[in-house]
Design a protein around this ligand. Sequence first.
Ligand SMILES: [Zn+2]
Length: 276
Amino acid sequence: MFFPSGRVYRKMVPFRPANPVKADRARLRKHRRNLNGLGSFAAQRLVARDRFKSVNSGTRQWIQRLRGQLKAACHQGRCPYCEDNTVHQVDHHRPISLDPRGTFLWGNFVYACGICNGKKLHKWHVFDPATSTNQKALDPLTATLADLSLPPVFIDPRREDPADFLKIDLTGTFTLIPRYPAGSQEAIRAIFTRDQLALDEGELPAHRKRAYSYFIERLDRYTQAKAAGVATEIARCRGLVMEQDHLGVWREMQRQHGSVPALTTLFGLAPEALTW
Ligand SMILES: [Zn+2]
């Protein structure tokens, strides 16, 4: 391998787990009904976390199955937020301390590492309808249903592709930068999400750069194997790319292949790699 152990690359990738089986969907529905049965929103907020914890910490087969499905959606068992650490926590995309309706909602579950889950916490911003680009922080004690219906700022990896909002500067800093113009709603969402998860902190850009070098080297070897017609080496090089952590860096290379000269050349020799 080209990297020392303990390497850290952080980006953020879409999260698309398979749907639970019918019986498990029914179990989630039952828990939602029980929580709704408490009546007031405030009462539900008070117990949501404990109720989820009690179900999630159990050894019931169905919850283990759901956790397995969430984990299976993580490339190489890595966190979809940072692409680095091993996943082991169910994160509620929309914090349940604010909105208990998402406590047992499959579409609100993301599997994450403890670091990202901890950074995300209960912080939740929405766009102020009066301005469309001003953010409003919601407070778990006072947020109303009307507040919760406002467009959220944090990118939702279940329904959106974070790479549509953030790109890696492949030619220089290897930091994450917004794809959209400064001041746009998309740019505000990109910056908020990146900063909340601290995806550009410390050595992370340098580690992304190293991942980039690895992919370049693999693609270069692939083109050499292709020119020489060595079928086993062709398959091996492709396999190594797809098995590597941090496919987000690779996906970004595919996206930017037309504007980075080294990538234009390599993908020009192996255009099929644009669809890997
Ligand atoms: Zn993480």
